[in-house]
Design a binder for this molecule. Structure first.
Ligand code: MLT
Length: 266
């Protein structure tokens, strides 16, 4: 399905499929990827819903704001998008870093949304070890460029079988990540290191929540997401078989099936 592309607020790139009078779903991608992570969802759900995805500033086609971004500014971008497109109670779906942005958006203004889908993500902020790893990543990019960093990071995101049996798909994602803007990647690392912890808000969430996690996710393993689900009243946790951290790409059929089931119930 052909995506409609437009630009709002200083080259913030957004993409849409489906009809604007339908229930809207906003998809927020993970790091260091871009909106194309959602191709299979934009195509599939564009048949019955109004789908919106975008490139987080600093990644894909959205230039970094001089490297000065925070999860707060990412949420500001999301709220601007909702206002500019006149979206009424969209469903929010975020994967990993997209999940950090989604959780903070819900904490800031839950009434804007009618449902939340959290994929391969967590509510906890980085601990000291996590922050030091971000710093190491920034140093590595400064020394060796973004290619090396992206190569190592993306390798950890996908399951071994996906890399082995879907080599072309894997290499496409990998090459896109390797060609990211170094300043944007470093700014995202800093933004993630500086994010707040949204755990305290989990029991306060009122809207329905679906939690999806690749059964082979090494970065946010299923037990982390299951524990998060236990803290949210109106929530369902589902494992995505044969998928690692990027479950929307690794097993789109099962991923879409679970989302469709959730959307019909809200
Ligand atoms: C992501 O996929 O967005 C990243 O793994 C998030 C992170 O590094 O914390």
């Amino acid at each position: 399905m052909c995506k409609k592309m437009n630009t709002i607020n200083n080259n913030f790139r957004i993409f849409q499929t489906g009809l604007e009078n339908k229930q809207s779903i906003i998809f927020i991608h993970g790091f260091p990827f871009d909106h194309r992570m959602w191709d299979r969802q934009m195509d599939y759900f564009g048949r019955d819903y109004h789908c919106i995805c975008y490139d987080i500033r600093g990644l894909g086609q959205s230039p970094s704001d001089e490297g000065q971004m925070t999860i707060e500014s990412f949420v500001d971008d999301l709220f601007d998008l909702i206002e500019k497109l006149n979206l009424i109670h969209p469903v929010l779906c975020g994967l990993s870093m997209g999940g950090y942005i989604s959780l903070r958006a819900i904490e800031r203004d839950e009434d804007k949304f009618c449902g939340l889908i959290l994929c391969d993500t967590k509510a906890e902020a980085d601990n000291n070890e996590g922050k030091l790893n971000r710093a190491k990543g920034i140093k590595e990019i400064n020394l060796n460029g973004v290619e090396n960093f992206a190569g190592n990071f993306v390798l950890k995101c996908f399951s071994d079988n996906f890399i082995k049996y879907h080599r072309n798909d894997y290499e496409e994602v990998l090459n896109r990540a390797k060609s990211s803007d170094p300043t944007g990647v470093k700014a995202c690392l800093l933004a993630m290191a500086a994010r707040t912890d949204t755990t305290d808000y989990l029991p306060k969430i009122k809207i329905p929540v679906l939690l999806l996690c690749g059964e082979l996710d090494r970065l946010t393993p299923p037990d982390i997401m299951m524990t998060m689900g236990d803290k949210i009243n109106n929530s369902t946790f589902v494992l995505i078989p044969e998928a690692g951290h990027v479950s929307s790409v690794e097993n789109p059929k099962h991923f879409n099936y679970e989302i469709e089931r959730f959307l019909k119930e809200i």
